[in-house]
Design a protein around this ligand. Sequence first.
Ligand SMILES: [Zn+2]
Length: 437
Amino acid sequence: MKRTIFEVILALALIGAGAFGWTNLKGNQKATAQLTELQAASEEATKTVGEKEAAIKAAEEEMSALREEMVPLESQAQQLAAVKAAMANGATLADLEAAYKSQKTLSAERQVGLGALRMLTKGADDPVAVESFRKALKASELGDRKNTICAAQIGLAAAGEKIAILPECLPKSAKGKADKGEKAGAEEKDGHSKDDGHDHGKDGGHGKDDGKGAPEKKAVHWSYEGEMGPERWGKEFPTCAKGKSQSPLDIRGPFVKTRTVITTDYKEGPLKMLNNGHTIQVNVPAGSKLRIDGIAYDLLQFHFHRPSEEKIDGKPMAMVVHFVHKNAEGKLAVVGVLLKEGNENPGIKTLWANMPMEEGPEVTPEGVNFNPANLLPREFDFYSYEGSLTTPPCTEGVRFFILKSTVNVAKEQVNAFPFKRNARPVQELNGREISTN
Ligand SMILES: [Zn+2]
């Protein structure tokens, strides 16, 4: 128990020093004070002399390493002072909590950020805040010091604070800047939502946040293998198991002839992409459209699966791109473009050069534009059926159009995709019709 308290205080000291200690850096008074605190805590926390010394030594090492890291960061002190001032009245925390409230799931990073913010606002005396932060930290596997600081910075940036994120906290291959000033929860407010109603937007699928220490309420996490693999999704997301119109499908005849016509009008725009822990996703600026028999659907985002989730006559392709659209009534339509191993794909080359290899917030590489049409084949013949999101919560009512024409992707490009396998297995047809034009 005391050991736990010590760990919490250590984490708190690190977060506090990492994110805010820089404001009082002259002379490192703050860090010193924290070190004293740490030592006091360790004295309390450890009974034997040996343990005590080891704990103090470890704490000292942590703090001195931290001091070294602080030096180049002094220039950020003023920004951080502004952040601190903004937080003093709890308004930032209240904003963030309100923004997150409407979200069904919160990524581990956001939980950590929120937890850190609660502690920094309410102080370490609030046991709920401390405990929730500790659990979030554990759930996110952000154990080490750097990651803790990164999590705090990402959390603050997500809270809309204009702080500079340390370069090493940014996704490895992100050449541009992370979206610093973006308000957390902008997805909900922004009409052209990136998290809204597509199959990968749900923020890493982590725990529900009820606004006061969510992680202990059961962190809902899912993955493509192991304990939270596709066969188990139904435990937390009932539609995944009980739904009768699930995606993806093994597409095979007989087919029903349809006269439906689809056309696309995709526009070039600034590249915005993220690694959400389940896929690489490109968020598309407003203006790109799909028309189904003349009815307009906005392209929200597109993302990748490896191998393709869809099978044609039992065979998967190397990958698939899912273009996710929504019409004015909220109906979703996904266009799937199968990627077949062959020549290098120039569009993917641009994307891969900018994709974040690690899970994290959206990045906007400077000066890079992209037109999603670069990933489309010339012909638009399709197979179509009524299906679902292919990731939790597996919501149904999604119209799928799987294009018959494939586009090429080089083997090296497939191998460079950071997810070895992120494809849900094919689902039962349950009497659904598959149509073709
Ligand atoms: Zn998908």
